[in-house]
Design a protein around this ligand. Structure first.
Ligand SMILES: [Zn+2]
Length: 136
């Protein structure tokens, strides 16, 4: 198993009703990625979809992927594409359960948002993940 230093929180920056298959197709066909962007996707119903096992590397944050696990909720922008935390109650609960479980598995991992990495000019995940998960 690789060393996990970061559990990174993302949003897809898409409409909340975007299908997971459409996101995966975009990675494959538009970005030509061989690996998924995230290990876990959380849909608005709170369903956690695992796209890759923890031992695999995903394309979440350039330069940090070798030591990161990536979690994303579907959503994160409003109708005009402005960053907004529009997680549903179910999505938020599922995210908290998932992060808590991963934190038990990888106790030394730091939980932070995509935007908390150096030189990232994105609002992803549209909320302060460091603050929200600092009790773990
Ligand atoms: Zn991100």
């Amino acid at each position: 198993m690789r060393t996990i230093k970061f559990i990174v929180i993302h949003c897809t920056a898409t409409p909340q009703n975007t299908r997971p298959e459409a996101i995966q197709r975009y990675w494959r066909e538009q970005l030509q990625w061989k690996n998924p962007g995230y290990h876990y996707l959380i849909d608005p119903a709170g369903t956690v979809i695992q796209l890759a096992t923890a031992d695999r590397i995903c394309n979440g944050v350039a330069g940090y992927n070798a030591s990161s696990l990536h979690i994303s909720y579907i959503g994160g922008v409003d109708a005009t594409n402005k960053p907004t935390d529009n997680r549903t109650t179910a999505q938020r609960a599922a995210m908290h359960a998932l992060v808590a479980g991963l934190k038990q598995q990888f106790p030394t991992a730091i939980v932070q948002g995509h935007r908390d990495f150096p030189l990232v000019k994105k609002a992803c995940p549209s909320f302060d993940a460091k603050k929200e998960f600092n009790h773990l």
